[in-house]
Structures are given as structure tokens and as C-alpha cells.
Design a protein around this ligand. Structure first.
Ligand code: TYD
Length: 212
């Protein structure tokens, strides 16, 4: 039985989710009985192994449905092994990417059926949805330019895709925003980092009360 809070972070490439999360953490320590931060695809051994198969730049022949099913498999394992136990203990779980990434990337980006993806997400999560999703919105070309500047970032198979895919991904996120504006809250990620952190914190406090 879920007692903790589940927050997911979403956005196109270069939106800065990881930097925002790192800066947010010190402010979040007082919610619930502790914070667990994790990422998809990955977060536990089996899911990290699946991640390596999905994102290997050499796997250029990967079929779109295979890609979707691997993300879904990794989601299920991570949820069962890591997320659900933490929520049961009343912890606040912050996930870097979750169900909406499949809708945006494999649905809008790759052109697979969004209805099928929603069903697969439901199957993998037993219907668990985030209490809140922070969607970091940025112009696609601006996001990709940020990534290109970051020398330390490993290049994965999706980074090698053309601009068109990433533009469709952003359209996908904006479509989710239109459908679920209460859960899925847009943050302007083109601002300087401290402004993005401030806006994110304001949304979290507004939703869950003062944190410290
Ligand atoms: P990662 O290096 O973690 O990217 P980012 O820092 O942008 O989160 O790689 C994850 C990639 O996998 C990213 O390009 C988004 C993609 N992805 C999907 O296509 N579908 C999914 O369901 C998930 C969870 C991620």
C-alpha cells in the first residue's frame, strides 16, 4: 500500500533535469521519512543491464517496438525492486524519467500507438502514477546545443537521432500537458539554473506544503 510521495521529472534532451535535482535535494530532505532519488531506465542491476542494451550506440538495428518493450521491462523491474518498497516505507521517491518518457519518445517520437503505450505503462506499474511530474520545457535546438557543450556526457543511441525525433518528443510532452495539467506541471527550463530550481521548489511546496 503506497504511503510515500512519487515525483517524476521529465523533459527533452538538455533540459537540465539532473542538475535541477541535485540543487533541489537539500531543500527536500524534510519531506516524508526520507528521499530516494533514482532514474529510468536503470536504478537497479537488472534495469541498468537493460539500459545498456537499449542505449548502446552500436544497436542501430533496434526495432521501435523492441525499444519500447525494453523500457517497459526495465520500468517494471525498477518499480518492483526499488520504487514500491520505498513508497511502502513512506519515503518520497524522485524519479528522473518515468511513464511519460515512453509516451513522448516511443509514442510521439517513434510513432507507436499512444493507447498501446498507456496500456503497457499501466501493466508495468499496476496503474501507479506520479503524484506530481515536473516537466522541464526547453526549445529542442537549445537543449541539444547544451548537450553538445557538455564534454563529460556519454553519447547514447537516442542522442544520435535527428532533430525531427526530438521535436516530436517535445510535442508529445506538450500533448500530455494539455491532457493532465494538474499532475504534469511545466517549468521553463530555458531560465538560469537557480530560477529553474526556485520555480520547481515553489511547485513542490504548493503541492505538498512547506518542506522545512
Ligand atoms: P539518459 O542518458 O538518462 O538521458 P537524460 O539525461 O536525457 O534523461 O538516457 C535516457 C534516454 O532514454 C533519453 O534519451 C530518453 C530515453 N527514454 C525513452 O526513450 N523512453 C523511456 O521510457 C525512458 C524512460 C527514457
Amino acid at each position: 500500500m503506497k504511503k510515500g510521495i512519487l515525483i517524476s521529472l521529465e523533459g527533452p534532451e538538455g533540459a537540465g533535469k539532473s542538475s535541477v535535482l541535485e540543487a533541489l535535494l537539500p531543500f527536500l530532505e524534510n519531506i516524508g521519512t526520507g528521499i530516494v532519488t533514482t532514474r529510468e531506465p536503470g536504478g537497479v542491476k537488472i534495469a541498468e543491464d537493460i539500459r545498456a542494451v537499449i542505449l548502446d550506440p552500436a544497436h542501430t538495428e533496434m526495432d521501435a517496438k523492441t525499444e519500447l518493450l525494453l523500457y517497459i521491462a526495465s520500468r517494471r523491474q525498477h518499480l518492483a525492486e526499488r520504487v514500491l518498497p520505498a513508497l511502502d516505507q513512506g519515503k518520497t521517491v524522485i524519479m528522473d524519467r518515468f511513464i511519460d518518457s515512453s509516451v513522448a519518445y516511443q509514442g510521439y517520437g517513434r510513432g507507436l500507438s499512444v493507447t498501446d503505450i498507456e496500456w503497457l505503462n499501466q501493466f508495468a506499474t499496476d496503474g501507479l502514477k506520479p503524484d506530481l511530474t515536473l516537466y522541464f520545457d526547453i526549445d529542442v535546438e537549445e537543449g541539444l546545443a547544451r548537450i553538445a557543450k557538455n564534454q563529460d556526457r556519454e553519447i547514447n543511441r537516442l542522442d544520435l537521432e535527428g532533430l525531427g525525433l526530438h521535436q516530436r518528443v517535445r510535442q508529445g510532452y506538450l500533448a500530455i500537458l494539455g491532457k493532465e495539467p494538474d499532475r504534469f506541471v511545466k517549468i521553463d527550463a530555458s531560465q538560469p539554473l537557480d530560477a529553474v530550481v526556485r520555480d520547481s521548489l515553489a511547485v513542490i511546496q504548493n503541492r505538498f506544503g512547506k518542506l522545512s
